[in-house]
Design a protein around this ligand. Sequence first.
Ligand SMILES: *Cc1c(COP(=O)(O)O)cnc(C)c1O
Length: 375
Amino acid sequence: MRELIIDLDAIAHNLRTMSERVTRHDGSRPLVMCVVKADAYGHGMVPVARKLEAEGADYLGVADIGEALTLRNAGIDLPILAWLHSPRETFASALSAGIELGVANLEQLDRIAHAAEHTGRVARIHLKIDTGLGRNGSSEADWPVLLERVKELVAANRVQVVGIFSHLSCTSEADDLRQIAKFEAAIEKARAMDISFELRHLTASDGSLNYPQALYDMVRIGVALYGLSPFPEHSSADFGLKPAMTATALVVQTKNVPAGQGVSYGYLHRTSEPTTLALVPVGYAEGLPREASTHASVAINGKIYAVSSRIAMDQFVLDVGSDPVSIGDEVTLFGDPAAGVPSADDWARASGTINYEIVTRMAGRFHRRYLGAAD
Ligand SMILES: *Cc1c(COP(=O)(O)O)cnc(C)c1O
């Protein structure tokens, strides 16, 4: 009665769209790393990764090693980079599974080198420099020391530097350009120390659309793959992207009520005339933001209805007036606005957040159904 319909063909379309967008005038293009962390932003990591592999994705990116191991255990053979590590991580299973590792500091580097010695594997690493986001990555001050140690470990055949990467804050163009300059300086430093590597990568979806001069050897694309715009002021359609997630539920009860009936907790809605109430069995346990109560809308039979009452844990109620809404009718909470239904962007605006958070939090008792699955 609650379904997330995941259109894997839309994801394949978005991969092609983004690959074309980052193609340079001379026809060359950076590799595309498809970011499938956080259960592929709520779309289901393994089926999404299988589809991306079948569609010729170059790389997969995740935050945690656990996510990378889940992909390997599911038989995914693509190169996978994981970049956010527990202070207790030993790195042995990651190396055995051929996972590439982001390295942000000496302490991680030394533990990875230790794991390399024990597993007999050369660790494939991507050095992460913090060029100004103020988040994960080596500080500029620590960078030369990190590079010195990398050089020793390369010589000892414990590690191989595959890449150097960083992440933009997307605060303003001036801030991003400063980060781009710092990224180039960090790369120069590594080159000056004769450290060789193949892949420089900096931009996520937003930077890849904004800064064609900073695509380097690989781009890391997350939200755009799922058909969502990384910019609140732009829609999916502005970039030719197709939202891949449609959240639906079936009306489980309808009821005729008189004028003056208070509806759901706190009576945020009170009926103004005799009307029909329709009960939708989705709540904040499924990830619907409670803050969206009275601000969001849904579609039933091609018509839009405001979510005028309180979103509760398991359900919310719609006032559908005299419309012929019946038990079993399908409610679309959000999907592709091209189909005339509300979008994840609409739900984000209704709850003061971003579309990323809306799709990523959809879980709970939703059942996922896949269209266009790779076999
Ligand atoms: C999540 C993430 C991405 C993908 O970002 P999008 O904005 O979803 O494209 C890329 N790089 C890093 C380091 C990330 O954490």
